[in-house]
Write a protein that binds this ligand. Structure first.
Ligand code: FES
Ligand SMILES: [Fe+2]
Length: 426
């Protein structure tokens, strides 16, 4: 349970709010690269951390993110003309480059210096893993882009989707923290392999896993141990990575080199978030059937099954097929669980148990981090050197280990190896 004050602190992400300021110290997903597919293409509206912005790819192919409203008299630049390395407002023709410089003010006299006095809000962008990452923080504190192992993979080894979530970002992130819900929410009765990864039989073998959260330099490492028989533990290792990512083991036990899945819960504003799902494979292209993990997302990034249509729940199928009666896509189950709590869940009303141990650990970590940063401390996992950018320990594991072994020691040992997933025990 959280106090109202703690709940507000974790859920409010606008400028000046402690969590909003923490988020602004990192590169965060702003849109998919494919939304701005070629130079001078149509600009795209982006709402991020409560700010209304417009993304464009300029004539040179660079992506920029500008305040949506023209610095002259506020017309939306979404309707503007993206041409000759800048975005031109359709009202009086003010033209901006991706750094927010005003290049043209055609309605002003030729000798006007007005354009030199105005600087439009613009945020730097970088592209990696099919995603445009933006930095909305202080200009003198821009970090390096984190070098996760999947950031520079070729397109055929990546499959990236995004979907609007009608709830606060933390509800989504908390869904990444509790391994316990795998045994319930995602249970299916047909033996069909779930489309979200993992192994349903192993989840079902123990519905009350032992959970542990360990604070790391990048966030929290989360362990869950299911006793699947007297001698064997099914171990899952996930990570909550600052500021808003869940790294979830969806490979393992299916063969080597599968990778894991990244679920990023990026705040649109306090009551909506964008969930990015980044799937990758380490050594081979993604198969066509693997590209259907997140089907049922419309062209407008709204889920076809959503809160407005009760996720097209089928009560007959709920009896025969799976626990939810909402199809086999994990994304839909998770969204129903978290969106139906309401736009911002009031955590002073909940009743937590042992199965929430890792949720509690992550909340504590986020509260502590947001407060420390608000009081002037440098945030953790802000990458400034090549050494800090060695992030191979930010990885996931799903494997069986002997019940007699120490899971924590096993994980530490495995993740020291540069290609741990090739070891026999994995
Ligand atoms: S409002 Fe944009 S140029 Fe006038
Ligand atoms: Fe889930």
């Amino acid at each position: 349970m959280l106090s109202r004050e703690e709940n507000d602190l974790l859920t409010q992400v606008g400028p000046g709010k402690p969590m909003g300021e923490l988020m602004r110290r990192y590169w965060i997903p702003a849109l998919l690269s494919s939304e701005v597919p070629h130079p001078d293409c149509a600009p795209v509206r982006v709402r991020l951390l409560g700010e209304d912005l417009v993304a464009l790819r300029d004539t040179q192919g660079r992506v920029g993110l500008l305040d949506e409203h023209c610095s002259h008299r506020g017309t939306s630049l979404f309707y503007g003309r993206n041409e000759e390395c800048g975005l031109r407002c359709i009202y009086h023709g003010w033209k901006y480059d991706i750094e927010g410089r005003v290049l043209k003010t055609p309605a002003e006299p030729a000798n006007s210096t007005l354009k030199d006095k105005v600087r439009h809000t613009a945020y730097p962008c970088k592209e990696a893993a099919g995603v445009v990452w933006a930095y909305l923080g202080p200009k003198d504190k821009v970090p390096l882009l984190p070098n996760y192992e999947w950031m520079d993979l070729p397109a055929e080894r990546l499959y990236v989707t995004k979907s609007i979530q009608d709830c606060n970002w933390l509800q989504g992130l908390e869904g990444e923290c509790d391994s316990s819900h795998l045994s319930v929410l995602h249970k299916n009765f047909t033996g069909e392999r779930p489309r979200g990864g993992g192994d349903g039989a192993l989840y079902a073998a123990d519905s009350a896993p032992q959970l542990e959260g360990i604070e790391m330099d990048y966030g929290m490492r989360l362990l869950s141990c299911r006793r699947i028989d007297p001698d064997t533990i099914y171990l899952r290792v996930s990570n909550i990575v600052l500021p808003c990512h869940g790294f979830i083991p969806t490979g393992g036990l299916r063969g080597n080199s599968e990778g894991y899945t990244i679920h990023s819960h990026v705040p649109i504003d306090d009551t909506h978030s964008m969930r990015y799902n980044i799937h990758f494979r380490r050594t081979r292209p993604i198969h066509e059937d693997e590209r259907q993990h997140d089907e049922e997302i419309g062209a407008d990034f709204r889920k076809l099954r959503n809160l407005g249509n009760n996720y097209l729940q089928d009560r007959e199928r709920q009896k025969r097929e799976n626990f939810t009666g909402m199809g086999q896509i994990f994304l839909v189950h998770d969204s129903c669980a978290t969106e139906s709590m309401g736009p911002i869940y009031d955590r002073s009303q909940e009743h937590l148990g042992v199965s929430d141990l890792t949720v509690i650990a992550v909340r504590k970590f986020l509260l502590k981090t947001a407060r420390e940063v608000a009081s002037g401390k440098e945030p953790p996992h802000v990458i400034r050197t090549a050494e800090q950018n060695d992030l191979r320990h930010v990885a996931c594991i799903a494997t069986k280990i002997a019940a007699a072994s120490d899971p924590k020691a096993y994980v530490t040992e495995q993740l020291k190896k540069p290609r741990y997933w090739e070891t026999e025990s994995y």
